[in-house]
Ligand binder design. Sequence first.
Ligand code: FEO
Ligand code: CA
Ligand code: CA
Ligand code: CA
Length: 674
Amino acid sequence: TAKPNLIVSRLGFGAVAKNTLDQVTIPAGYSYQVIYALGDPLNAATAAYKNDGTDGDFESRAGDHHDGMEWFGLDAAGKPSSSAADRGLLAMNHEATTQEGSALNSFFVHANGGTNKLPRPTAEIDKEVAIHGLSVVEVKASGGKWATVPASNFNRRVTPLTEVEIAGPARGHALVKTKYSVDGTKTRGTINNCGCGKSPWGTYLSGEENWSGYFYRVATDDATRGDKSVVSLKRYGRNAGAASRHGWETGGSDDKYARWNISRLGSSADGSDDYRNEMNGQGYIIEMDAYDKTKALKKRTALGRFAHESAAFGLPVAGKPLTVYLGDDSRNEYMYKFVSKALWSAADANPTDRMAVGDKYLNDGTLYVAKFNADGTGEWIELSMNNPSIKNYAGYAFADLADICVNTRLAGDAVGATKMDRPEWGGVHPVTGDYYQTLTNNSNRRIEPSKTTELVPDSANPRYYEDADGNRGKGNPNGHILRTKEGANVTSFNWDVYVFGAEADMDKSTINLSNLTDDQDMSSPDGLAFSQSTGICWIQTDDGAYTDVTNCMMLAAIPGKVGDGGSKTLTYKKADASTYDVKTQIGAAPTADTLKRFLVGPKDCEITGLCETPDGKTIFINIQHPGENTKMADVADPAKYTSQWPSNVGYGAGKRPRSATIVITKDDGGRIGS
Ligand code: FEO
Ligand code: CA
Ligand code: CA
Ligand code: CA
């Protein structure tokens, strides 16, 4: 396979200073435009967004909280193109919506801020449901200016109500049978879509992350169920009687509201007369053909069920299986990889039926979970009924492979996988094939744990300290980026930590272990993607630890490779003055030429989603939830919004802050970051 055109060996821009401006700041010599914000119309019949809480029709508008995003090129005739750089589709996730604390209502999309009590008004629920899901929007450049094409026939919304096929081992299984799909082959929609991926055959992959919180169970449901499903529900954080995130289950008897109540209400043995299994239809990597809205979306259950982020493919090699790297973003959860049974055929890179190729590679294969050793080696442990640790697990009686695919976290528990500091996005280096995984932070690391949820630092998650100003408390408040290299066989790997997040002036022997300077320091790495053109590793933050000093940011990196540094032992003191040692592996420290801050976002946003045109000259990123710390009582008073972006740069009507896609180009027409 052809290698990408990697010529960038040093970053050719001036670092952007940390700041708390309500602006997007980028290096001198670069320009950006806002092109696609919450509520923007996706067809000619939909009115411009008024942005005052009175807008409806969100099935025909951009959703909220833009997140993971990929580029799908189009040639002049509107056919899929792997080289087109001035016309294409952006497929993206609309993860969630802005709420105040544990309030139920999404206050920026309702005229009066909405209703924070049960039952929720159906008109508010309908709007809130529709701003979740995915969108596809055509974008085009002309005369150096990019814009969406609002009347494009490619434009599309997928919402939590869109019919979706269940594919892979769980298809047709008793665990996914519901009143909506009595044969367990379908479910409705996708929700809380966060990280993403692009398959080698040109489809969009989206990770369903914090889906569990949208469902409700009555307080008596544990006893009414009385079976092993209670173990599963608790492991995925859905305790009986706990409030759901928005109270959508209170909209009335219509199935579109009733499905959010997953209590056992019916009398069937298999759940085909109620929605007790409805949550088992969420939590997967979902695949969409962004080019063809007539094709059904498919949940790829073989890739496991957890708080999914990105789906990053190992470099495809003809005649070898495909590898997909996956992370479970919750404190103390695991890293996974899926290895296909089918061997890669380069002819599948440009198929006529892309979803059929997805069936070929993503429905049948083996799922593994990672275990890390202190010496820089690791093991990928097979999650199947062949593994005696799973077959004989005392904590949950696995029935078959489908049960493992639905209850993947329990399978990881069964085999003693390494509990990580919140695996967010990952990406594969286009030359070395090393896999880079952000571990965004973990407030549950302790030297002397006092709760079962707290863990001692280990070699792959080795830090314990206090946030510089204390506002984020103790643990690993700034996160790190770990990387793995496949070993001699499918179950072995080597690893090290590429970089530790830290504030530049923190202790270099215990906290700022990668010697980050003011031009490089970061906290809570989250989004991560490699440019296939320049090889630059783009790192995006979603932080609450360093936001007293700087808004969230994006950095450019030219990393080396696994094992280019050495080992180090961190020594912690216990209360009784004895010590606790942790041996870790640290990559070579970045230099001023190999890690630099490229962008700082507006207030209260996170930076996420990254895709590029194949020539590397245009990148698209998402500014998610600017102004999210605004109080809902202030919804009518723009002066009290914590951000007015993007209206403060002249984009759109109204002053309510909006999640939005921006496009960045270099003024001299060069590649981004070069
Ligand atoms: Fe939605 Fe884990 O970020
Ligand atoms: Ca994220
Ligand atoms: Ca995050
Ligand atoms: Ca802090």
